[in-house]
Design a protein around this ligand. Structure first.
Ligand SMILES: NC(=O)NC(NC(N)=O)C(=O)[O-]
Ligand SMILES: [Zn+2]
Ligand SMILES: [Zn+2]
Length: 505
């Protein structure tokens, strides 16, 4: 016994000193598991253009253990910051990281379309620090506690940025309050449903009664319902079958199959339900969010009216509706196919007007990629090709570039891409450069122009299907911080994937 002790003791001492040596050599504070390209966790980001809710300031943001510890104005900097831990970005813009509340990463089950690793790597390179994944296009769809658990498992250790999840409201669970509560208790940030076929078999559409039920459950949780608002209406013409103008390679043919009246009809239905969300109404606490609005005429007027009546209602549009117009879409170029469709130039102008006027609340990517074969790029058949735009990495430069003409400000970008999306997704510690918030930050150069060509380093799985490929953009993302970790800088990603799944509690 004693002999054994004498042999083990020196061995233990040796192991202990070995561990101590490594601890002091590489203290965990100093090298946080490769999550960050920076060697420290307490530092300052300095710039002449820091976008805060109170305005754009020159100064520095103090970051400590992943949070924003203080914001120091230029004139107050002296003596308040340790110069060796300052990253000075000069004239570059320091803004809250983008929060994309509408992305389809198709994982698990259809990861060959995108997947968590490539999708979130692209997000990090594009200045998106949080995204909320849609419940459909993965296999299975996220419609129950079990299927949410599969999502979380697919995301864990495989994401470069933080990812939350919307759950699906489908006929199968809509009248089953305990199933919906189970899904909400498991942590989805809210629900999402379709008022037209979604294109995915295990994600059937809902009608007004399903949505009413969903809202009543959501009211208790104070989480939103997101709706794809298009309702199939009988088409007025027979698409020019008689006059021969129904060429499936022509974008105008596709446009005629999904007229603005579809959006209008869906929104009319929805607004009969959102009245209940008013203060004192039976669904007070519930909130309805209309995703990817394209029609800026009648649909938007209905939304404006309901909002002014006190309905708890918000609406998003996407960069592709603001950047492109139907007249310019080349024959056969199915990269531009999405639903609702991109409409004419006059519609686009009115959409900008509504965004600038505060009637459209926020922006989202609706990144919905697929396999290049399913885009039928060779055939160019708009009626049969997969509908969905691939854009995730480019939404910041796209919004900035196409917004120049309208005098878009940095403050507006932060509102549309961070502050309001954070509120929709219930993320109180995200969406603004403010003391106590997560240090989720994008640093970018508004004046740097680049050609988005085949040479440009893109990280989405299938860059060739992006409608933005071949355009010239301004606004280059220089660095992205997620909870204080420098996850992307100058084309390089941090070695470890340290994004975390975000669950509502
Ligand atoms: N199944 C989809 O990804 N659909 C999406 N497709 C688009 N937007 O064309 C969507 O959000 O409706
Ligand atoms: Zn949709
Ligand atoms: Zn979508």
């Amino acid at each position: 016994m004693e002999a054994l002790q004498w042999r083990i003791l020196p061995l233990l001492t040796m192991i202990a000193s070995f561990l101590l040596f490594f601890y002091f050599q590489y203290p965990s504070q100093q090298y946080p598991t490769n999550c960050s390209l920076l060697p420290f966790q307490h530092y300052w980001i300095a710039s002449k253009h820091i976008v805060t809710p109170q305005g754009v300031i020159s100064g520095a943001v103090e970051i400590k253990d992943g949070k924003i510890a203080s914001i120091v104005k230029e004139e107050e900097k002296h003596g308040k910051i340790k110069s060796e831990n300052v990253i000075d970005y000069g004239e570059a813009v320091v803004m809250p990281g983008l929060i994309d509340v509408h992305a389809h990463l198709d994982d698990p089950g259809r990861a060959e379309w995108e997947g968590f690793p490539s999708g979130t790597k692209a997000a990090a390179a594009g200045g998106i620090t949080t995204l909320v994944d849609m419940p459909l296009n993965s296999e299975p769809s996220t419609v129950s506690r079990e299927t949410l658990e599969l999502k979380i498992k697919a995301a864990e250790s495989r994401i470069y940025v933080d990812v939350g999840f919307w759950g699906g409201l489908v006929p199968e669970n809509a009248f089953n309050a305990s199933a919906l509560e189970d899904l909400l208790d498991a942590g989805v940030l809210g629900l999402k449903s379709f008022m037209c076929p979604s294109g995915i078999n295990d994600f059937p559409m809902t009608n007004a009664s399903h949505i009413k039920e969903g809202l009543s459950v959501l009211a208790k949780y104070r989480r939103p319902l997101l709706v794809h608002a298009e309702k199939v209406q009988e088409l007025e013409s027979n698409l020019g079958v008689e006059d021969g103008s129904n060429n499936p390679r022509s974008y105008s043919t596709y446009l005629k199959t999904r007229p603005p009246s579809w959006e209008e009809a869906a929104i009319e239905d929805l607004l009969t339900l959102t009245k209940d969300t008013r203060i004192g109404g039976p669904a007070e606490g519930a909130h309805l969010h209309i995703v990817h609005l394209s029609d800026s005429r009648s649909s938007l007027n209905l939304i404006k009216e309901a909002k002014s009546g006190g309905d708890s209602l918000t609406v998003e549009t996407c960069p592709h509706y603001l950047a492109f117009s139907s007249e310019e879409i080349p024959d056969g170029d199915t990269r531009f196919k999405c639903s609702p469709p991109i409409r004419d130039a006059a519609n686009k102008e009115k959409l900008w007007e509504a965004l600038l006027g505060g009637h459209v609340d926020m922006l989202s990517s609706d990144h919905s990629p697929t396999l290049p074969e399913l885009k039928l790029l060779d055939d160019g058949d708009f009626l049969r090709a997969w509908g969905g735009i691939s854009s995730l990495q480019f939404v910041l430069p796209v919004t900035w570039s196409y917004g120049q003409k309208y005098g878009v400000t940095l403050q507006q970008l932060a509102l549309w891409w961070s502050e309001r999306p954070a509120r929709l997704a219930g993320q109180k510690l995200k969406g603004a450069i403010a003391i106590g918030n997560h240090a989720d930050i994008v640093v970018w150069d508004p004046d740097v122009e680049f050609d988005l060509d085949n040479e440009f380093p893109t990280h989405v799985k299938h860059p060739g299907i992006s409608a933005y490929l071949g355009t010239k953009l301004s606004g280059r993302v220089a660095a992205t911080f997620v909870r204080g970790n420098l996850v992307f800088e100058e084309g390089k990603h941090a070695p470890a994937l340290c994004g975390v799944p975000i669950l509502a509690s």
